[in-house]
Write a protein that binds this ligand. Structure first.
Ligand SMILES: Nc1nc2c(ncn2[C@@H]2O[C@H](COP(=O)(O)OP(=O)(O)OP(=O)(O)O)[C@@H](O)[C@H]2O)c(=O)[nH]1
Ligand SMILES: [Mg+2]
Length: 267
């Protein structure tokens, strides 16, 4: 009979530095892409701590008026402007512009710890994944259900996660995390369309339905360091429902699918 090690045993192997060379000797370059809109109060520590993990630091700015772009440039980031349509459109601009083999997306508000980047990248470098999503359900969150607004967001995201799990036969825990890493060619191949934060679930569903390998890694979600959230459930819930239904049931993967269906997620 085989015995299993406790889950925490493997955390000892959580990497602290980005491993760039795969088992086949391939060297991977890393682009860290940070969408920003009026994040001057938050951006500096995020970029300073992300820089050591990045070969390219790309800030996609939503026409900030508070000096965000100047801070990004002072930190050595390349700064581009989005087309003014929202965070999803900014992510798509970043995918078009970035040059690294692996693209890491993280928020500028301090919600994500840049020191989790090595753990996010590792499954791709080891050849086990095409897309790695951070999971606050596995790594914890400081803002899950303390207020009614947080409860409503959590409830909505759990309904979406369940819908994806039961239609796609996976057992994901977090389908709305802005902290993720993808192979660049996969990110391009997904042909993303969403303009707002619904792009997170679009990325997840298309990855699964295209047969790419998706893995979740525990990441902690921190409270935004300064300022107010741009996210208001009342403004976006209809788009969330529409895009969930559309990408699960109406959208069809192209016939020349990127890869043969493969084991799609790790429990
Ligand atoms: N380029 C660009 N970035 C945006 C836009 N809207 C939001 N962002 C950035 O996207 C990231 C996530 O936005 P948030 O407003 O923090 O949304 P959230 O993380 O869902 O909400 P909270 O953490 O509760 O504030 C942050 O880095 C924002 O600055 C936009 O229209 N364009
Ligand atoms: Mg945030």
């Amino acid at each position: 009979m085989t015995t299993r090690l406790p889950q925490w045993y493997h955390q000892a192997t959580r990497p602290r530095e980005v491993q760039r060379i795969g088992p086949d000797g391939k060297h991977y370059t890393i682009s860290v892409i940070v969408p920003t809109r009026n994040e001057a109060a938050n951006l500096l520590p995020v970029l300073v701590r992300a820089a050591p993990h990045a070969d390219e630091l790309l800030v996609v700015d939503g026409h900030s008026s508070d000096g965000t772009r100047e801070i990004a440039q002072a930190c050595g980031a390349r700064v581009i402007l989005d087309d003014g349509r929202g965070k999803g459109a900014a992510i798509r601009c970043g995918i078009r512009e970035a040059r690294g083999d692996i693209l890491v997306f993280m928020d500028a508000d301090g919600s994500h710890n840049p020191d989790d980047i090595p753990a996010l990248i590792q499954p791709i470098v080891e050849g086990r994944a095409d897309h790695v999503s951070g999971s606050r359900m596995l790594g914890g969150s400081d803002e899950l259900h303390a207020t009614i607004h947080q409860f409503v967001r959590l409830f909505g995201s759990q309904v979406i996660t369940l819908s994806i799990n039961y239609t796609q036969n996976v057992r994901l825990t977090d389908c709305q995390n802005g902290f993720r890493a993808l192979r660049r060619e996969v990110a391009l191949d997904l042909d993303l369309q969403e303009d707002i934060t619904t792009i997170e679930q679009e990325m997840i569903i298309k990855t699964l339905r295209r047969g790419y390998r998706l893995v979740e890694v525990a990441t902690h979600e921190y409270v935004r360091a300064n300022g107010e959230s741009n996210f208001r459930v009342i403004d976006v819930w209809q788009r969330y429902l529409y895009s969930l239904f559309y990408y699960l049931f109406v959208w069809r993967p192209p016939k020349h699918n990127g890869r043969a269906p493969a084991p799609r997620s790790q429990p």
